[in-house]
Design a protein around this ligand. Structure first.
Ligand code: ADP
Ligand code: ASP
Ligand code: MG
Length: 465
């Protein structure tokens, strides 16, 4: 079998964890499987890099840089010494060189008082740049040849949209040419989360982007399966940190995972299903710390059971925008004006509803896009096209997901009756066109309670498969 295996931040958090990762790889290698690996940064490192990069342009001084570099050095060197002692010198030198160049860039950001999207992407890719050589050395420590490639070297070609780049299909052929031949003799380790543009400029794929890298590389090498190794047994009926009796799902469909991740379920990056789906590759989510558990299978048609709702999620970093005014009634082209203005500012619109009277359009956007969205819509009031544009940050979008909802009458009624009985006020409702999702908006503080109420209503903690 040919596998692409991706290990997330907790799976590579220290030398002990990397030992478990290499146990898994060695077992499959000895069984004759071909393996390519994608790794993300050690847990927390990307957050540290984003934090410092964003602060430096307005900081009083750059005193925070050397302690951060020292902390990264200590953590990575300790991991290296434990995971691959025979390669401590060789790989230690690589890490030192990367830390020196990271420090240079951070000082430059401070001195220029400017963080461009391009320089930010470069800085935040360092978590993966520091960690991947250690995992590769840990593989060599077991006598298995391994080389390291960054996302660009691996063949991931992306759009120039820094911070949220999308892989171009041309990546497939490049990845096949670069990684394909290596699989016969070694286990290549690819740095997740990054790619590059046609001009070779580094881009990142969005937070949690190494899941997306895994799917892109898996599709490129035509893997039989893509395995996403993480710190829980699979995709669960809800975030286990919010719902303590959430249950692992044995199988879900591509569409269901897309809906869940789009609405914030942290277990997968929202676009990561796309390349796998295009090549119809089976994806599994498995637990590095409990590898014998079968995990969750993601396939074209997930397991159908008598349950229409399979999982719940919510996202609280969103804001609502309400556009009101009878002037809109019967006036063609208002929606076009609104969405063109938002698109010009690259605002991500997550949900849309229009009142049947046409006197109201409501939108849900990423909270980080709110200012740009409001600004881009100011002209509507100024030009007398609508009466008012208001917004509210105190909201959260909840998604109820299950492919079985398509055509199952009454699910919506059940959802909103249960919420009403629990006193949760629903501010906006939308049904995704995939019909695998009904999403709605509640006050931010009601989000976890809404999920709890529906988890109980649909008895999601009970085994059904
Ligand atoms: P990794 O570093 O392996 O990519 P993440 O922290 O990004 O791991 O994602 C795994 C975490 O996602 C889990 O520890 C869990 O707390 C959280 N999570 C949120 N929603 C879900 C869900 N529906 N199913 C499983 N895990 C979820
Ligand atoms: N290291 C990146 C992040 O923290 C990518 C990933 O973990 O998947 O977002
Ligand atoms: Mg993740």
């Amino acid at each position: 079998m040919k596998y692409l295996m991706k290990f997330g931040g907790t799976s590579v958090a220290d030398a002990r964890c990397i030992g478990l990762v290499v146990d898994i790889l060695e077992k499959h290698h000895n069984a004759g499987d071909e393996l390519a690996v994608v790794v993300s940064a050690q847990r927390g490192v990307t957050d540290q890099l984003i934090d410092i990069a964003e602060k430096l342009p307005t900081a009083q001084n750059c005193a925070a840089v050397p302690p951060l570099i020292a902390a990264l050095r200590e953590r990575h060197m300790k991991t290296l010494a434990g995971a691959a002692p025979d390669y401590a010198k060789e790989v230690g030198a690589v890490i030192e060189k990367r830390l020196a160049s990271l420090q240079h860039i951070l000082f430059a950001i401070y001195n220029l008082r400017e963080l461009t999207p391009r320089s930010k992407d470069y800085v935040i890719s360092y978590g993966e740049r520091l960690l991947a050589p250690i995992v590769s050395a840990a593989i060599r420590q077991r006598g298995i040849p391994s080389t390291v490639l960054d996302g660009c070297e691996a063949g991931i070609l992306t759009t120039p949209q820094h911070g949220e780049a999308t892989a171009l299909v041309e990546s497939d052929a490049r990845i096949k040419a670069k990684i394909g031949p290596l699989l016969k003799t070694e286990i290549p380790v690819v740095m997740g989360f990054m790619g590059c543009t046609e001009q070779g400029i580094v881009t990142t794929l969005g937070r949690s982007g190494s899941d997306y890298s895994a799917s892109i590389i898996g599709a490129g090498i035509d893997a039989d399966e893509i395995w996403i190794w993480t710190d829980v047994d699979g995709i669960m009926t809800a975030d286990p940190r919010v719902i303590n009796d959430a249950r692992v799902l044995r199988s879900v469909s591509y569409i269901e995972v897309m809906e869940l991740s789009y609405f914030g379920a942290k277990v997968m990056h929202p676009r990561s299903i796309d390349p796998a789906m295009r090549k119809k590759i089976l994806v599994r989510v498995k637990n590095t710390f409990n590898p014998s558990n079968p995990g969750t299978m993601i396939v074209r048609n997930g397991h159908r059971d008598n349950r229409v709702v399979k999982a719940l999620t919510y996202i609280d970093k969103v804001a609502s925008i309400n556009i009101n005014g009878a002037q809109m009634i019967g006036r063609p082209g208002v929606a076009k004006m609104i969405f063109s203005a938002l698109a010009d500012k690259a605002v991500n619109v997550m949900m849309i509803t229009q009142g049947s009277s046409e006197a109201n359009i409501s939108l849900i956007v990423d909270e980080s896009h709110l200012d740009a969205a409001v600004e881009s819509l100011e002209f509507l009031v100024k030009d007398g096209i609508v009466r008012e544009v208001t917004h509210n940050k105190d909201v959260c979008a909840v998604a109820v997901v299950g492919a079985g909802m398509a055509g199952a009458a009454g699910t919506g009624g059940r959802i909103f009756t249960a919420l009403g009985a629990a006193g949760v006020n629903v501010m906006m409702i939308s049904q995704g066109s995939s019909e695998a999702n009904i999403s709605f908006v509640v006050r931010q503080e009601d989000g976890p309670r809404a999920v709890r109420v529906l988890h109980d209503e649909f008895r999601l903690s009970e085994e059904s498969e």
